[in-house]
Design a binder for this molecule. Structure first.
Ligand SMILES: NC(=O)c1ccc[n+]([C@@H]2O[C@H](COP(=O)([O-])OP(=O)(O)OC[C@H]3O[C@@H](n4cnc5c(N)ncnc54)[C@H](OP(=O)(O)O)[C@@H]3O)[C@@H](O)[C@H]2O)c1
Length: 282
């Protein structure tokens, strides 16, 4: 059965696409900038804000892997419309985020989870913790400051986060998308340890040999730093809210869900640092 992967060029989505293709699953890889077809992967143009792209992008897909819009208050309503527009779809796997189920039901990301649960389709929710790949692949979040100024710019204080690797997210997604027994379930996916941003800077510094340091920005400094990335204000608000939750300890619990799903331990910060930061980071 064909799986439609939204966010197919992103940090998580492109690895989900690759892992599904490696498992021999036909994939429709959806984003605004699709590449060339390869193997069982058909890249398709899809824009959440252009409904004329929806039906051609969905094609014959029977299962959706969706992350939804991140910093749009209407994400739940838009995703509901997308799912309703696809009567041939039987299953939806939502990539939500750790802690979302503990926010008020009206909060946009929680409303998105409820929309999927009430869609009338078979559903599963993955709730990964913060991605380790934010440190080397996401310029707006941490990567540019690390690359250009040796600073891990994060107004986190001593907050602990059980960072998770997107390669493990892909394995968890393939397990859920290709297996049975996951309907009506949510899985909170974390790394094996809960660490501070100071620990992250130390681990990346040790692996790379660079003088990387955590810069514990004040909230106004942090807001200005995110705003300078050029991303929309709604995204800046979203990031500031995530750091507020981090300081409240929302992202510190370690779970066993990844091991229960896949039968193997999640990658650690140390493993990620050694694999990715020992070589020059782009
Ligand atoms: N980053 C984290 O630490 C983290 C942790 C847990 C959960 N999450 C969740 O993961 C999601 C983000 O995933 P990610 O980090 O893999 O994404 P990402 O690297 O930021 O990539 C975003 C993806 O969405 C596509 N996209 C952006 N705007 C679009 C639009 N208007 N219409 C269609 N596609 C669009 C982009 O492709 P084009 O630009 O080609 O369209 C790209 O494929 C969020 O929902 C977040 O809540 C993130």
């Amino acid at each position: 059965m064909t799986v439609w992967v939204e966010g197919a060029t992103g940090k998580a989505g492109r690895r989900v696409v690759r892992a599904l293709a490696a498992a021999g699953v036909p994939v429709r890889a959806a984003s605004r900038h699709p590449g060339e077809p390869h193997g069982s992967v058909t890249p398709v143009r899809f824009d959440w804000y252009d409904e004329t792209t929806w039906a051609p992008a969905l094609g014959d897909a029977g299962t959706l892997f969706v992350k939804g819009l991140d910093s749009d208050d209407d994400a739940a309503e838009i995703t509901t419309r997308l799912i309703a527009s696809a009567p041939g779809v039987r299953r939806v796997v939502l990539m939500s985020a750790a802690g979302v189920d503990r926010t008020p039901a009206g909060a946009p990301r929680h409303a998105l989870e409820l929309a999927v649960q009430n869609s009338g389709k078979r559903w599963t929710i993955l709730r990964p913790n913060w991605f380790l790949q934010n440190f080397d692949e996401d310029d707006a979040v941490f990567a540019r400051a690390l690359r250009e100024t040796d600073q891990l710019y994060a107004g986190s204080g001593e907050a602990r986060v059980a960072f998770f690797d997107t390669r493990d997210l892909a394995d968890a997604a393939v397990t859920v998308l290709t297996g049975d027994g996951h309907d009506g379930r949510g899985y909170t996916l974390t790394g094996p340890d809960s660490v501070t941003f100071g620990d992250v800077a130390d681990a990346l510094a040790e692996a790379s040999g660079r003088p990387l340091k955590h810069l514990d920005a004040t909230p106004p400094q942090h807001r200005a730093h995110f705003a300078a990335s050029g991303r929309p204000e709604a995204w800046v608000d979203h990031m500031m809210h995530l750091f507020e939750l981090a300081r409240a300890g929302v992202f510190s619990p370690v779970t066993d869900d990844f091991r229960l799903l896949t039968g193997k331990p999640p990658r650690s910060l140390a493993a990620y640092a050694a694999e990715v930061w020992a070589a020059p980071v782009r």
